[in-house]
Write a protein that binds this ligand. Sequence first.
Ligand code: CUA
Length: 317
Amino acid sequence: MNDYQSALHPAGPFADRLGSLWEIFLFTTGTVWLLVLLFLALAVWRGSRRTEPDNSEEGTRISTRWVSGALVLSTLILFALLGASVAAGRAVTPNEADVATREIRVNGHQWWWEFQYTNPRADRIVTTANELHLPAGERIRLVLRSSDVIHSFWIPNLHGKHDLIPGKTVNFVIQADRPGLYRAQCAEFCGLQHARMGFIVVVEPRAQFEKWYARQLLPAPIPKTADQQRGQTVFLGSTCVMCHTIKGTPAGARLGPDLTHIGSRLTIGAATLPNTRGHRAGWIANAQSIKPGVLMPPSNLSPDDLNAVTIYLESLK
Ligand code: CUA
């Protein structure tokens, strides 16, 4: 997937505008570079054919004219690029009158992302982590904030970067038109695991998005098999509940990611590992060996308990 995390493969109008700006810059500066090389080669070639330096008045007049001309042209090109840049900046910053269809609160944590789909009705609010689902073709208002240090929200396929500043909330509008999977990345150094602070953006047609949303509104499914039941008992009886929420169970802490539908997510550890049974087990056993400095402490579960918990989490679709 060459467009998995790429500003050069826009999947929405804002990234498209920024992509065009990049093409204008590339074409203009590339042409200037080629012209400079051409004139340099010409000068070397002419110089090598000359035996004496040209100090005549006529020679000086000609070179002064060329240098002044190039200076004026460079200034004009730089102003044109400035104009293009300002115009693109305005185009990708919609004003308040632009109606966004929904609002998602984005909270940056060291080192993971919390997404909350707001709704006037409390029972319609969805909270998830490290995976942002968006309906295609809709304008979405993001409300960005940080709970610790400065992070930067960046989905290269959809838009430019935007900082998350502690103590401040800022609005940011995005829109995705092309359904697909895109990787996003924290773009501001925020500590040891900054590089492993990614998330996955899932852009779906409206109907598919609504299906996902309806499912996320439900409490966690009741464990069915013996392994799932054992996993839930172990989960609820261990330190897991001091940081995580699983809706529909007594686990309701907010320090770490909400796990109510962890089984439906593609990755764990903020897009660090694929969400497979083996990776989950390794993460629970000792997340520190995968992402040193993360708040998740190592666990001392027996192999059977560990296995049961990973199976239980898998069932939380
Ligand atoms: Cu968060 Cu870098």
